[in-house]
Design a protein around this ligand. Structure first.
Ligand SMILES: [Fe+2]
Length: 205
């Protein structure tokens, strides 16, 4: 059985709940921000934010207000995308407490292949290069934790990359019985002075 799936519809997202599946890719979920003018405004004003959301309460206005007060410009289609993603992810995971993190990436923290100790994480790159992932068949899991990609990738292994505009559903090692099947991934390198990279992650808490 394939351990990952791709779809253009959120209605397929529940495939990620199946045992053995560790990555779901929901394509065409949003348009990546490409306008240089918009990116410049974001770079100058947007500080990023990390918030807890409780979807059993009235959360949408609150979330939008916090995003705006973090310097996010008036971009209604993205505000809609954030709310839809939170709602869909909350339903998918049957969880009301979520961690919403949306920030410009400014470090090289996750540039080696690794797994996350989370249950399930949604990842969307709104601008810049997207996350890399390693198909299971190319993985040597004994090499994890060494901060050396060569030890994790089998000979002739090929890295894959999330398509632009997609949401990745990454199943981590904290998911029940998924310790040896957590999705292996890494961020593209951070190069100071290069184009801004905007990363949104959503976690169950
Ligand atoms: Fe990670």
């Amino acid at each position: 059985m394939a351990h990952h799936f791709e779809s253009k519809q959120w209605s397929d997202a529940s495939k990620i709940l199946k045992h053995g599946v560790n990555l779901g890719i929901i394509e065409n979920s949003f348009s990546p921000i490409e306008s240089q003018e918009t990116l410049k405004t974001i770079e100058e004003k947007f500080k990023g934010l990390r918030v807890r959301i409780n979807t059993s309460l009235d959360w949408k206005d609150n979330l939008i207000r916090k995003i705006k007060s973090a310097g996010w410009p008036e971009l209604p289609s993205y505000q809609q995308f954030f709310c839809d993603l939170v709602e869909n992810f909350s339903k998918l995971t049957e969880t009301t407490e979520l961690g919403f993190r949306f920030e410009p990436v400014s470090s090289n923290m996750c540039v080696f292949l690794h797994v996350d100790h989370v249950r399930l994480r949604a990842i969307a790159t709104l601008a810049g290069e997207t996350t890399f992932w390693l198909p299971n068949e190319y993985a040597n899991r004994d090499g994890l934790m060494c901060q050396n990609d060569k030890l994790v990738m089998k000979k002739n292994a090929k890295l894959s990359q999330l398509p632009q505009g997609s949401v990745g559903l990454f199943k981590g090692s904290a998911w029940p019985a998924n310790d040896d099947n957590a999705i292996i991934h890494k961020s593209p390198p951070f190069i100071p002075g290069s184009a801004i990279r905007l990363l949104l992650t959503l976690d169950t808490l």
